[in-house]
Design a protein around this ligand. Structure first.
Ligand SMILES: Cc1ncc(COP(=O)(O)O)c(C=O)c1O
Length: 460
């Protein structure tokens, strides 16, 4: 299977590695052999540091023995029981555990098998709720640009990233967008509450322009993921957004697919600001790469209203299967046992400081941002103007390949809606130690030195 998910018969034998999901990479990828902790080995015995936890998924590291044991034990009992035919103990236990980790009132859990499914579920539950409470005129879901909420058509319609959405535009309902709160890019102070108010006012203006009676929900990532490069909201933004949604009777959906599960140094991104949504989507770190797993968690009264009108007209066959739930439960156990959320906060602060210190050495690093171990840095031509590097330099590809050659996996994307800018996510598993931060930094610096030398004429 290539990185875009296509399988070619015989590709493995012929050593063919083809396209990357979001850009064409010239580099072939080796064949994965095994993985342990923060390390991965190919079949030739080469070791890599998983400095991005895959796609910010493998939060507790690879091959955790307790999780594998829990999965084996569940496999010996039952791997699948259809949700209309059976309750399962792991499913009930995981739902209770997850609800206990979410803000008060968010106590209804709907399992899915990934982030896009979690977002689709949130959008559809919101719509059915509006219909159930006599507000069928509400259907528009406002979201931000840039943003990423998933690859299925509903999730894509609220996604703000043109290369991903453009080919499918005629097939989607065009949902209203507001700018993401990119304070650094706009030259505004992150810790000034007027900055948060400035971006939140854009939400209110959009609601008024669309007609409040037509707006169903606002969806955003509390700490941004790959589309923005770990964008952190400026002071006051999260609270102001909550207040605006309440003022107009609009549901607030937090997409915690990447930020949820502890990586940001709290179980949920929203917890960092004490803001609770009405519905949330979680996935990646929740199954932590052991199984495809995700969930939508919603306010009880929202679900009750929908159930009273005949139930939620939505579901996926593999949802809540006992094997996935047993793995998810073991992942949450391991996070608690090792205080991995505390470690993400502590080691994340160390890693962030080390990344920020690189700004002394490389004039082309314009910004370092993020929370916990959801961290990113962005490259620029000129730090003062924040002008991006020339697109034909393909820095987002070049630096990733240089790091890969050093045995360090990092994750990159174009930062400004897919048009320009280059950011790099450095998001190792939550088990990472300070010693391993040293290892990551050594490799990253070698990659950056090579990048600086190769583009010396064009870089600050
Ligand atoms: C914030 C966010 N939402 C949704 C998704 C979609 O998740 P999945 O790829 O599991 O469908 C992603 C994936 O990167 C994400 O980062």
């Amino acid at each position: 299977m290539d990185a875009a998910g296509f399988c070619t018969v015989g590709a493995l034998r012929k050593g063919l590695s083809m396209s990357h999901l979001f850009y064409l990479s010239s580099a072939a990828r080796p064949v994965l052999d095994r993985a342990l902790g923060i390390y991965m080995w190919d079949t030739a015995g080469r070791r890599f540091i998983d400095g991005s936890s895959g796609a910010m998924v493998s939060n507790i590291g690879h091959s955790n023995p307790a999780v594998l044991a829990a999965m084996r034990a569940q496999m010996d009992r039952a791997t699948f029981g259809y949700r209309l035919h059976f309750e399962t103990e792991p499913g009930e236990a995981l739902a209770a555990r997850l609800a206990g980790l979410c803000p008060a009132g968010l106590d209804k859990v709907f399992f899915v098998s990934g982030g896009s499914e979690a977002v689709e579920s949130a959008l559809k539950l919101a719509r059915q709720y509006a219909v159930a409470v006599g507000q069928a005129s509400r259907w528009k879901v406002i979201s931000r640009f840039p943003s990423y909420h998933g690859s299925t058509l509903g999730a894509l319609s609220v996604t703000g990233y043109d290369p991903l959405t453009d080919p499918f535009r005629p097939m989607m309902v065009d949902m209203p967008k507001i700018p993401a709160p990119r304070a650094w890019l706009d030259g505004l102070a992150m810790d000034d509450p007027t900055t948060g108010a400035h971006y939140a006012a854009m939400l209110e203006a959009k609601i008024l322009a669309e007609g409040p009676e037509t707006v169903l929900a606002f969806i955003h990532e509390p700490v941004g993921g790959a589309s923005t490069g770990a964008l952190v909201p400026p002071a006051g933004y999260m609270q102001a957004v909550r207040e605006i949604c309440d003022r107009y009777g609009i549901l607030l959906i937090h997409d915690e697919v990447m930020s949820g599960g502890g990586r940001v140094g709290a179980f949920l991104g929203g917890d960092l600001w004490g803001v609770a949504p009405d519905i949330l989507a979680i996935s990646k770190g929740f199954g932590a790469g052991y199984v495809p797993l995700g969930a939508m968690v919603a306010r009880g009264d929202i679900v009750d209203a929908v159930q009273a009108q005949g139930g939620f007209m939505h579901g996926h066959t593999y949802a809540g299967n006992p094997l996935a739930c047993a793995a998810g439960l073991a992942v949450l156990d391991e996070i608690a046992r090792g205080d991995l959320i505390g470690n993400a906060a502590q080691v994340g602060a160390v890693l962030k400081a080390r990344l920020a210190a690189l700004m002394q050495r490389y004039g082309f690093i314009g910004d370092v941002r993020g929370e916990g171990l959801l961290l990113a840095f962005e490259l620029v031509t000129d730090r003062a103007t924040r002008a991006p590097l020339p697109p034909d330099m393909r820095a987002f590809d070049d630096l990733v390949e240089r790091a890969y050659a050093e045995g360090l996996i990092i994750y990159s994307r174009r930062s400004r809606g897919g048009y320009a800018g280059d950011h790099f996510l450095v998001c190792p598993p939550m088990i990472t130690t300070e010693r391993q931060v040293d290892e990551i930094m050594e490799k990253l610096i070698r990659a950056l030195d090579g990048f600086a030398a190769a583009h010396a004429g064009a870089l600050a």
